[in-house]
Design a protein around this ligand. Sequence first.
Ligand SMILES: O=C(O)C(=O)C[C@H](CCCc1ccccc1)C(=O)O
Ligand SMILES: [Zn+2]
Length: 339
Amino acid sequence: MTTDNTDWHQHDFKKYSFPLGDIPRLHHTDPQVDELIKKKQPVVLTGSNLVGAASKWDLDYLEKNMGNGEFTVFISETDKFKFFDEKKLVEIRSVAGVHVKDRPAKEYPRPAKSTTMKIQEFARRLREWKSGDERLYLQQALNSSSGASVVQDFIRFRWDWVTAKQKLHNWGKLTYNLLLIGLEGNVTPCHYDEQENLFAQIHGHKRCILFPPEQFECLYPHPVWHPHDRQSQVDLENPDLSRFPKMTNLHGVQTVVGPGDVLYIPIYWWHHIESVKPAKYSVSLNFWYKAGPVGQVEYPIKGYQKVAIMRNVEKMLAEAMQDPEEVGTLLKTLVLGRF
Ligand SMILES: O=C(O)C(=O)C[C@H](CCCc1ccccc1)C(=O)O
Ligand SMILES: [Zn+2]
């Protein structure tokens, strides 16, 4: 895997069963950049200085300057931090048209539990962390109460540059910036988001493995009503081909982003992200934008549009049937032996 940003040692990286190409790394002034973004293809933009004002955001600085608020921190017994949407549990009960606050019918295992803590406690626990301890991952939307000097840095981001990208590519509004501080070795397993994403790396490095929306059938996402909606059911490190046979068709692209790099993760693209050596922790900040207006539909429709259609079918059927479990039965009746 060639990454001209440093001489990555192959032996350090996990080996996967599927082929991985390279995501192009281009200087942000290269005209190919906007061509790739227009085609919803991932690309690493270098030299943008988008979050140059945050280049000093190491643990010491953030500990001193993030203010006195409580921050959302996920804690996991393993290296995986698979997003779990607690809101879905209530929504499941409301599928039957009844909002019931009691415990959900099914108990879902939670890979990582969510808690809050002050930045000082988080920093202390990160410094004291040793192999075998539970892992921590701070994931908090930045806002105006994030400490005065951090807000000053935030204001000095290259908002002209990123807003020009937003306008040029007809993205919707900026929903929020998620600040991510995690231990080397933390993994955010394969999932997709319904937003355009300019992912800025600030401290340390992250290995990002991406798959296009068309590989939906190889990645077997949880149902839309599941708390792991948008997350793949498959474990890329330990493929279960009896349950997920189409994993053998997986082929992705990858890159390693370092400080100053910005990775464009197109809407609906699958991504699997790992904080890698040598730094002990990594700091990233994403810029999530709502999808732009659909505009004139072109045929044949694109992979990501099929994903949006499948999501709507699942939602409509879940709403129509009393019990989400019946959705699978109805869909099998609809297609098996008929199409
Ligand atoms: O920026 C992105 O989209 C990423 O996936 C970055 C990822 C953490 C995201 C956590 C998360 C996943 C799903 C819903 C809400 C929050 C990382 O860098 O570890
Ligand atoms: Zn994501």
